[in-house]
Design a protein around this ligand. Structure first.
Ligand code: HEC
Length: 460
């Protein structure tokens, strides 16, 4: 799940954000919409874009110094006339110049038409909340080949903005929602899209056709079959039931390899949170966020335990790279899809940086790759793959106010003849019954080599 690009969740309510937006002009909207079907206008727009705009907005409109121009989130309004207005007037204080006297009106319209033709992801979303169907109470009882929310009494309906499916509208932890809208595909190709951490009851239709779903064996992750999609606009519908014990929903689209960044996402919290804070609260169970963290390599996974002890794990190698006690993370600065800003630790880490607490065999770091994380009995478990079938399973938990890490090494050859150890940075003490801690190295006795637990705390 982590190996390719983005993992984002749908959690936010946007209605109250209130950006300064340009006025909407319906006649101009209609005119530019029809231009977006005119090949010569598109070619003209594309040529100007490639000459003038790519440096700030990216070759594929994915955003660089300027925001993405192909997602559903628009700071200054996303209708064609609003985009035209932004382009005409510029955004002086943010470094986007006015193009009013550089390009004539026809050229500016062609530019907007070109941007429209390259939109990606969901737009124009309508939702209906319906009564939760009885039989989804038993996940095993849901037949994904026939599941739908048709015919159930409607509780509430409305529209979403910016291509964002916002579960907050349900105002409950368990709900059944049907969403319809348009799926924009910028570049034709095979699209792979999946839900993570969601309920087992989900169905997706594209252009009216039900997509075949597969579930991973633990029925936690629904994978939709990779689908060949032509460029343009497709009708989208998704019915799903969210249950209380599934804290997050994310729907992620992965585009063809030739797309810049290799991925697009329709969950839309991109770029709306420039100046916002969004503290992630750790409540009854561990929270996980894969987000940029200050001073740590990209891809590091942050975990907040309910006891107020937090740590960060490196997906390659499985090292513990940071530990902090107190509140977890403010991901607000980084929700922004243009994301240069890392998230903020809400308390100062007392241990941070590479190589961190590192698992070693015979004095060498163990090559590992994060395969997945999952909850088992409300506990968060990380599973890493080594070569062949060998796996390392890692579980962090708190007892006596201290962070404990449980390591399980499965399928390693001749482990009893090898030296398993954990290297820890200065300032950190490791303690446990399975080994000895000297010179910042916790050496595991051979008897415990395949399964041991250490307490990690700040050296006095
Ligand atoms: C020097 C860098 C730069 C160049 C060149 C540039 N832009 Fe921008 N553009 C920006 C920045 C920065 C913003 C963000 C303004 C903000 O956040 O309010 C922006 C915003 C926009 C927006 C509004 C996006 C929104 O979310 O509402 C549009 C549309 C846009 N640019 C189109 C273009 C086009 C088309 C061109 C080429 C003709 C272009 N830009 C060239 C930097 C640039």
């Amino acid at each position: 799940m982590y190996s390719r690009g983005l993992f984002l969740s749908v959690l936010f309510s946007l209605a109250q954000l209130g950006w300064a937006q340009a006025p909407i002009d319906p006649a101009l909207d209609a005119e530019i919409h029809s231009l977006a079907k005119d090949e010569s206008a598109l070619a003209k727009g594309e040529a100007v874009y490639a000459a003038m705009c790519f440096a700030c907005h990216g070759k594929g409109l994915e955003g660089l110094a300027g925001p993405s121009l192909k997602d559903g989130a628009w700071v200054h309004g996303g209708t064609p006339s609003q985009i035209f207005h932004t382009l005409t007037k510029g955004v002086a204080d943010k470094g986007m110049m006015s193009y009013e006297y550089i390009y004539d009106e026809a050229t500016r319209k062609a530019l907007v038409a070109f941007m429209l033709s390259r939109q990606e992801g969901l737009r124009d979303l309508q939702y209906r909340l319906v009564e939760v169907p009885e039989k989804t109470a038993d996940p095993e009882g849901v037949d994904l080949e026939t599941f739908s929310l048709d015919g159930l009494p409607v509780i509430k309906e409305g529209a979403f903005e910016n291509g964002l499916i916002d579960p907050a509208v349900a105002e409950t932890d368990t709900f059944a929602m049907s969403v319809t809208g348009n799926l924009h595909i910028g570049i034709a190709g095979k699209y792979d899209y999946r839900f993570t951490m969601i309920t087992d009851a989900v169905a997706v239709w594209i252009d009216g056709k039900r997509n075949a779903l597969t579930l991973d064996e633990k029925r936690r992750k629904v994978v939709l079959k990779p689908t060949e999609l032509s460029a343009g606009v497709h009708a989208f519908r998704m019915d799903f039931v969210k249950r209380k014990n599934r804290p997050e929903i994310s729907l992620t689209f992965y585009g063809p390899k030739n797309l810049t960044q290799g991925a697009m996402t329709v969950d839309g919290h991109k770029k709306l949170f420039d100046s916002f804070t969004f503290p992630v609260e750790t409540t009854a169970r561990a929270q996980v966020r894969r987000t940029r963290l200050p001073g740590l390599p990209g891809g590091t996974v942050a975990v907040g335990l309910p006891e107020g002890v937090n740590f960060a794990v490196q997906p390659r190698g499985g090292a513990i790279l940071a530990i902090w006690t107190g509140n977890f993370l403010d991901i607000g600065p980084n929700i922004d899809g243009r994301g240069r800003e890392p998230s903020k630790f809400l308390a100062n880490p007392w241990m941070i940086g590479e190589p961190g607490i590192q698992l070693q065999i015979d004095g060498e770091p163990v090559p590992l790759r994060l395969v997945e994380y999952r909850y088992e009995a409300e506990q968060l478990i990380f599973e890493f793959a080594h070569s062949g079938d060998a796996r390392v399973v890692l579980r962090g938990h708190v007892s006596d106010g201290k962070l404990h890490m449980d390591y399980q090494l499965k399928g390693f050859d001749d482990l009893a003849e090898k030296h398993v150890s954990l290297l820890a940075p200065i300032g950190t003490t490791l303690e446990g019954e399975a080994g000895q801690f000297t010179d910042q190295r916790y050496t595991v006795s051979s008897k415990h080599a395949s399964s041991f637990s250490v307490a990690i705390f700040q050296a006095r």
